[in-house]
Ligand binder design. Structure first.
Ligand code: NDP
Length: 310
């Protein structure tokens, strides 16, 4: 049987429609949730992400503000910007686009964000709350992974989940969320021995490594649900030929667009082995911004002591 595609774009639209209703109600009560996105430097991928985040906030009726700072910004200057945003009543969410330039102390900056406005869920207080299961503001991409699984009716409770990657932004929080949802979770990383065999134990396999098409058929338990968080850009013919068994289509795409997006999972193998999977693009990616919007609305409520709807 052909593997089911878990369509992130469709799930994003569902979430946005639900949020639009919530935002209308808040606005009727005189509250417009506000998001400030801070971009330091000119990293092209970060510029696109921030632009899309601000554009989506505006489309949903939120107040969105983009703050551009030069690549030479110091830790102290960025801390001043964060302080000012913390103090502004109309700002409910503060997003510091990562990665920050090397001279900036990222941990110090993320820890300076008011935890009540920390829509990326990276402040140590919110990380601690995530560990203890007291969910307030949960990191967006991991929250998106859980939304995909739940809204696609993939059973999590009692499942075996294998997460490949242990970053603070994706691997660790996704593993914690799955554990809180009563999955039995194994977290793998670059020092894990016998990775394909360990990965094969997963009814749910999450790949969050940043290694193009690293997860091949031998990692995938037949019928497993495979969630591919990776976003990698292939820009040479050689890379495309190395990744795809049948490179004709991707090579055409490379010629037309100058790049081919691929996840951490081999896209042809996953179709054959998995029961369900997220494609790249169009899987986890679309959920990240949707969950950022959801966190901004949630922060707006929580800061005013309002309960979540429903
Ligand atoms: P990091 O580089 O911070 O972490 C990568 C993790 O993968 C590390 O824990 C590393 O292990 C592990 N890893 C790397 N190589 C191997 C290997 N050969 N075998 C086993 N484990 C390995 O990346 P992020 O977590 O920030 O991002 C992961 C991917 O997800 C990237 O492609 C990124 O672009 C994408 N991403 C996508 C988002 C979306 O919206 N869809 C949002 C955020 C990220 P170790 O700890 O031992 O070094």
């Amino acid at each position: 049987m052909a593997a089911r595609i878990l369509d992130g774009n469709q799930i994003r639209e569902q979430i946005k429609a639900e949020l639009a209703g919530e935002i209308r109600e808040l606005k009727a009560a005189g509250i417009t949730p506000g998001l400030a996105a801070v971009l330091v430097g000119t990293n092209p991928a970060s510029q696109i992400y921030v632009r899309n985040k601000v554009k989506t906030s505006a489309a949903l009726g939120l107040f969105g503000e983009k703050i551009d700072l030069p690549a030479s910004t110091s830790t102290g200057e960025l801390l001043d910007v964060v302080d000012r945003l913390n103090a502004r009543e109309e700002i409910d969410g503060i997003l510091i686009q990562l990665p920050l330039p090397p001279q900036v102390d990222s941990k110090k900056v993320l820890s300076a964000v008011d935890p009540a406005k920390d829509v990326d869920g990276l402040h140590p207080l919110n990380v601690g709350r995530l560990v203890s299961g007291d969910f307030r503001l949960v990191p967006c991409t991991p929250a998106g992974v859980i939304e995909i699984l739940k809204r696609s009716a993939i059973p999590i409770r009692g499942s075996r989940a294998v997460v490949i990657g242990r970053s603070d932004i994706v691997g660790k929080p996704v593993a914690l969320l799955l554990m809180h949802e009563h999955s039995t979770v194994t977290v793998c990383h670059s020092k894990t021995r016998d990775l394909p065999q360990v990965a094969q134990e997963g009814d749910i396999l999450i790949a969050a490594m940043g290694r193009p098409a690293f997860v091949t058929g031998e990692f995938i338990r037949p019928g497993a649900t495979v969630i591919d968080v990776g976003i990698n850009r292939l820009t040479t013919e050689e890379e495309v030929r190395r990744v795809f068994h049948d490179p004709a289509g991707p090579l055409r795409q490379l010629a037309e667009k100058g790049q081919v997006l691929v996840g951490d999972v081999q896209p042809e193998d996953v179709k054959e082995r998995a029961g369900a999977y997220t494609p790249v693009p169009g899987g986890v990616g679309p959920l990240t911004i949707a969950m950022l919007m959801a966190n901004t609305v949630r922060a707006a409520r929580q800061r005013r002591g309002m309960r979540a709807p429903g």
